[in-house]
Design a protein around this ligand. Sequence first.
Ligand SMILES: [Zn+2]
Ligand SMILES: [Zn+2]
Length: 359
Amino acid sequence: MSATNTMATFRYKTFGYAAQSVGARLTPFSFERRALRPNDVAMEILYCGVCHSDLHWARNDWGWSAYPVVPGHEIIGRVIEVGSEVTRFKADDHVAVGCMVDSCQHCDQCRKGEEQLCREGNTLTYGSPDRITQEMTQGGYSKHVVVRQEFVLRVPEGLDLARAAPLLCAGITTYSPLRTWGVGPGSRVGVIGLGGLGHMAVKLASGLGAHVTVMSRTPDKEADALALGADRLLVSTDPDAMAQAANSFDLIIDTVPTKHDINPYMPLLDVDGTLVIVGQLGNLSEPSTVPLMLGRRRVAGSPIGGIAQTQELLDFCARQNILPECETIRMDQINEAFERMERADVRYRFVIDMASLTA
Ligand SMILES: [Zn+2]
Ligand SMILES: [Zn+2]
């Protein structure tokens, strides 16, 4: 943003990468951010993680994308300017923005700090109408962003800026169910799928003191699972191993990003155990009620977490030195990164170094 943009009436000129239509590759795109409101924080984006949702949104996989599309909701930045009423941040602070940038702020869920469950619907970082101007929000594959201070996170001292970005979506999406279901020392946690979300679930559950099992269709991910902090790998296609694991989990986090059958996993839960789904999959294969009733077991879903819990996660990761495994890319490598992500050819998250994005 130019240094002359100091008056609140000026909109911020910025640039990034956008998809202009369904099926289009992401290409350079100049656009504007809103003028600073009194409670807004303007930041230069330093890093942005690449999430599966970015790809789905860019390609209109959910059917409601509004073009042009600038994806990106795992944002690490540096404050460059604050509005007149901003008290929590000042220039040069290291800050972060996740999947949402606004909510009603007055419903029961918002007052509890569960803005992700806002009764009026939260405003997503990209692809949502701004609550005041109705302009579509645009994401973090760009040089700058303007966000109200209530949705800006503080990056704690000591957290590696270049690797922290995926905590803002993959991290909080897996941390929130761990906290909702009270995971701590001695908890028995299973993780299905070892991608961007799964690898964070392993690190975070392990960091909370749980006994962690990765469930995979083949044994070839065992070394990776153990290296990430898991205690063992359970091969889900091995009937004997699955039978032996019956009733042995308190919580299973299912991170598989495509339609699949959850029935083989349900008997693995102990009484009152929960299988929580954190991917947006649409329909699942038909679940059987038998293991649900016999073990009083539950299937649940969980979105991201609230702002307070996201801050708790960042602080927890700084204290415990838990960081996502990242491959850093340049902005102009994003289309290739999308293709590799579709082939699950990434360990475990791409992060764009925004220093590589120039006008
Ligand atoms: Zn995401
Ligand atoms: Zn609300």
